[in-house]
Design a protein around this ligand. Structure first.
Ligand code: TRP
Length: 456
């Protein structure tokens, strides 16, 4: 803790990158990216996604970092400090709400990973067919209480780390986990690609077919960008409020974008070759990761069962940890907001968040089984939360963050934060500002309007 303003700091620059990357890398990369890619035609979707990362995601991430570090406060207060008496604070408040809703269904999927650790450890993948894995998954998510139980376990893990505070909890867990996750993903990609019949999966992933691109695919790619990078709701803004002055914001954003995109593409290199090899449809939706991967362990290591158990346990443990560093960041946004805005202790704020999100979590989990009939706009509650946050709230938040930083905020402040005491080259600053002022807001607006069908 620094005595001056009583706010914690991340201890090192590596810690900053790892914590931010820890927030970004998670189920969004390994679970959500492959199924969104699968539903929207493969390679062409990935190209659009990468364009969104470069033109929207990274520039807006730099903006979020600047707002957070400058104001050194939670994301709603940040706007009040930088733009007192204006309605900009609603951008921050919408972000807090988005974080709350995301945590409510994200924790359900995070809970699934815990169940799969147990299944992997007890060798229950052995001897099953691809159809068997599909049945097992559907049976599990529709179970009346088991997934809700795992969701609660996960929420409590998140809770205790958030209560312990920023530096110890977040920084340390990211340091060991990220490199390990990367290595195991590489190993699994190698295994998946070596399965017979995996070639058409690689083709699906690498040969773009632009005829599949429609308004929905554009919106999904944009939503996936914001979701995966943790951008658009003040998550990285909250983290940046714990950054020290000497952290290079554009460089950090580039690093995080690079790490996040590599993990996503690497996951694609596991899922699609494997799915095509065993005949699972790439547009299977949210179940894709969970029905495809057990096949990889089963088929690639069928003759070495101990290795199958070892690798699968390691994979699900790392997946759960990647999800944990993301749920921590979501929880932290809401906790910091309640703690600082309503004068609660951190512990009390965290308890409120945990209880509230657990209720949402139980409801979203039930909406996949018992409550399947109850739909909102034709979606289950789970799908509705996902759609509302990833495809509407985050891009909208990103749009306003770009406008706020690019047009409204005093350029002197922006330059001070972004240029890192003048060490950043001028042309980089100018290009960034151009992306932020024009490309990102116009691009986001175009994709929204296009989705509404108003351009036809
Ligand atoms: N980016 C994380 C993932 O890919 C999820 C996440 C964490 C997130 N914090 C966020 C998504 C903030 C949107 C906004 O799994």
């Amino acid at each position: 803790m620094t005595a001056k303003n009583n706010r914690a700091n991340f201890g090192s620059k590596l810690g900053v990158i790892l914590a931010s990357a820890g927030s970004a890398v998670g189920l969004g990369n390994i679970w959500r990216f492959p199924y969104e890619t699968g539903e929207h035609g493969g390679a062409a979707f990935i190209l659009i996604y990468i364009a969104c990362v470069l033109f929207f995601g990274i520039p807006i991430m730099v903006a979020e970092f600047s707002i957070g570090r400058r104001s050194r406060s939670n994301t709603a207060r940040a706007y009040q400090i930088l733009a007192p008496g204006t309605p900009w604070k609603w951008v921050g408040r919408m972000g807090v709400l988005a974080g709350f809703l995301i945590l409510g269904y994200y924790s359900v999927v995070a809970g699934w990973t815990l169940d799969y650790i147990v299944q992997a450890a007890t060798n229950s993948f052995a001897g099953q067919s691809a159809d068997g894995f599909i049945h097992a998954f559907n049976g599990f998510v529709q179970h009346p209480w088991l997934p809700a139980f795992w969701m609660l376990v996960f929420m409590l893990m998140t809770h205790f780390i958030v209560v312990k505070g920023v530096e110890k909890g977040i920084e340390r867990s990211s340091k060991i986990m990220m490199p390990m996750l990367f290595i195991i993903l590489l190993v699994l990609a190698g295994c998946a690609i070596s399965l017979p019949g995996s070639g058409s999966g690689l083709k699906f992933l690498l040969m773009p077919d632009f005829s599949k691109l429609n308004a929905d695919a554009l919106l999904s790619a944009m939503g996936q960008t914001f979701f995966s990078l943790s951008v658009g709701m003040g998550c990285l803004c909250t983290y940046a409020s714990y950054f020290r002055k000497d952290v290079n914001l554009p460089k950090t954003a580039l690093n995080v974008g690079l790490i996040d995109t590599s993990v996503a593409v690497l996951s694609g290199l596991i899922i699609f070759p494997a799915a095509f090899a065993v005949g699972i449809q790439p547009d299977a939706g949210p179940s894709l990761l969970f029905i495809t991967l057990p096949n990889v362990f089963q088929q690639a290591f069928g003759s070495l069962p101990w290795l199958a158990v070892l690798l699968s346990v390691m994979f699900y443990v790392l997946l759960a940890l990647a999800a944990l560093t993301s749920t921590i960041s979501l929880h932290e946004v809401v906790t910091a907001y309640l703690h600082e805005e309503f004068n609660m202790t951190r512990r009390k704020a965290a308890i409120l968040v945990t209880v509230g999100c657990s209720i949402l979590g139980v409801l979203s989990s039930l909406s996949l089984g018992l409550g399947k009939e109850l739909t909102i706009f034709g979606m289950t509650l789970f799908d509705f939360f996902d759609y509302l946050t990833a495809k509407i709230m985050l891009p909208l938040g990103g749009f306003f963050i770009a406008i706020f930083t690019g047009w409204f905020l005093d350029k002197r402040i922006v330059r001070e934060e972004v240029s890192n005491n003048g060490s950043l080259k001028m042309w980089i600053y100018r290009s960034w500002l151009f992306l932020l002022k024009f490309v990102a807001p116009i691009g986001i607006a175009f994709i929204f309007i296009n989705e509404l069908g108003l351009l036809k």
